[in-house]
Design a protein around this ligand. Structure first.
Ligand code: NDP
Length: 490
């Protein structure tokens, strides 16, 4: 049977675009459908704009530090509009880069939603159907709000980049990557940040000592972090005005109320745009009631599988809505594959890209390749950053006897300025093989450091390999090769 395409990719994010380009490079006839903007979550509403906001948020503290180093620098005011205009231009440029890369690879672009209508058939939003020998689903995920009344008054991470004004105050719900990163970003931009996390410590799943240090640093920087606390109720502040008196700054609230849409507009079927609901009243599980300009739900993401027709053609979707795939990213329907966040394996851009490349090897190069999900390094872009590769101390202790090499100290750069900031360098080493099972770093630049440490750990380096590497002095990361005695064994 003749097909319209050899490959039809649904989703123009990092994974889908890489798979499309690498498959097209083998001579395959390829199409990509994207209903939103080319580049997907990472480029348009995730990693890239987030990292640019991280950079923006660091300059205030840098200016203060510069004074301690003898400069007469003043931090001044942050101009959200100016930054946002520049950000928009940069994202437009990057989207165009993605498009032209696809065009240069002779990939057909459909700016349209697509759904699967058969094992080898896809329907586009305009009603046309297209056939393909292989279909690749790379539709990613989206943020979810908790199931509480009026949760639509709050925003999710997608909405932040388009906010008309920066809020004066924000409540962030959650304790994962996104919650902690935006708590630090917004705090750095001068927003009054309160964070509620329902668990005992933020960043569940990361190394306990590292999580503790990040939480401490966040508090030191002025983030009002409440652990063991969740949101129970929320409403427009105006609707609760007759109720208990809020404890937040009434002056800030009434000022914000002046700028809110008219009560009539608000009554008309929740006719607000994300982030423009006006001040929001919130009640926490701790009984505290407050009013915030914004509430950000950073309560996890869900795979984009709804309304895709997947189950109708036999693709299996798990309880969390993720597509079930085998080691080669193949679904229960042999002609349909899936990669990236929609499969909920590891929700990271570079992992989706690797899955896309492994897919091309398997399907278009006759070289069955399973993407490698072992020892993936990653970083949380908090301030300071947390870089991690391999096991946490807690995971390793469960597996085998370990030696923990660890040091926490005040780094030269901020200690000179009398800042209390601390960093953490930690190696988790197998007692039996002396292999480094994990490396955990909390420090400015930890994302950059862990990328390099990750190579050594991935190569199976032993503690002796680290020891025989001569230090680069004076740096923070030299501690990784100078720790001589285990802090503890377990
Ligand atoms: P996470 O799963 O990391 O965090 C979700 C947080 O929300 C957790 O703290 C969770 O609590 C909490 N939560 C979930 N449901 C509720 C609820 N109903 N009420 C209150 N709290 C709730 O998700 P994120 O959205 O932060 O990030 C998604 C993924 O995106 C990450 O896992 C990561 O893979 C990726 N990412 C990577 C980044 C990077 O590499 N720097 C940056 C941003 C995202 P609990 O711990 O109790 O479950």
């Amino acid at each position: 049977m003749a097909f319209d395409f050899d490959l039809f990719v649904i989703g123009g994010g990092s994974g889908g675009v890489r798979a499309a380009r690498t498959a097209a490079a083998t001579g395959a006839k390829v199409a990509v459908a994207e209903e939103s903007r080319m580049g997907g979550t990472c480029v348009i509403r995730g990693c890239v704009p987030k990292k640019l906001m991280v950079f923006a948020s660091e300059f205030g503290a840098e200016a203060a530090l510069a004074r301690d180093y003898g400069w007469s620098a003043e931090p001044g005011e942050f101009d959200w509009k100016r930054f946002q205009t520049h950000l928009k231009g940069e994202l437009d440029r990057l989207e165009e880069v993605y498009r032209s890369l696809l065009k240069q690879s002779d990939v057909t672009i459909h700016d349209s939603r697509a759904r699967v209508t058969g094992p080898q058939e896809v329907a586009l939003a305009d009603g046309t159907t297209v056939t393909a020998k292989t279909i690749l689903v790379a539709t990613g995920g989206r943020p979810v709000r908790p199931d509480i009344a009026c949760s639509d008054l709050g925003i999710v991470s997608d909405d932040i980049f388009g906010l008309k004004t920066l809020p004066k105050s924000i409540l962030i719900i959650g304790g994962g990557y996104i919650a902690c990163e935006f708590a630090c970003i917004l705090n750095g931009l001068g927003v009054e940040v309160t964070q509620y996390y329902r668990g005992a410590q933020i960043l569940r799943g990361f190394d306990d000592e590292a999580r503790g240090l990040v939480a401490e640093a966040m508090r030191e920087r002025g983030i009002n972090l409440h652990l063991g606390t969740n949101i129970v109720e929320m409403a427009r502040a105006e609707d609760r005005w007759e109720g208990p008196v809020p404890t937040a700054s009434d002056a800030a609230m009434s000022q914000a109320l002046k700028g809110a849409a008219s009560p009539l507009a608000r009554r008309e079927g929740g006719a607000h745009r994300p982030g423009e609901a006006g001040p929001i009243w919130v009640k926490g599980t701790n009984g505290q009631q407050d009013v915030y300009d914004q509430v950000l739900f950073a309560t996890g993401r869900t795979p984009n599988t709804e309304g895709m027709g997947l189950q109708d053609v036999g693709v299996k979707v798990n309880r969390r809505g993720a597509i079930e795939v085998d080691a080669y990213s193949q679904t229960a329907v042999p002609s349909i594959y899936a990669i990236g966040d929609v499969t909920d394996r590891i929700q990271l851009t570079p992992v989706a890209i690797r899955e896309g490349m492994a897919f091309t090897e398997t399907v278009f190069k006759n070289n069955p390749t399973a993407p490698d999900h072992e020892l993936v390094a990653s970083a949380v872009f908090t301030q300071p950053e947390l870089g991690t590769v391999g096991m946490t101390e807690e995971q390793a202790r469960e597996q085998e006897p370990v030696e923990i090499y660890c040091t926490s100290f005040r780094p030269m750069r901020s200690a000179f300025a009398g800042r209390p900031d601390r960093v953490l360098m930690k190696l988790i080493v197998s007692q039996a093989s002396q292999k480094v099972l994990g490396c955990q770093i909390v420090a400015p630049g930890a994302g950059e450091m862990i990328q390099l440490a990750g190579i050594a750990v991935k190569m199976g380096a032993t503690k002796e390999d680290f020891d025989r590497t001569v230090a680069v002095h004076p740096t923070i990361s030299e501690e990784l090769v100078t720790m001589k005695t285990p802090m503890r064994t377990a």
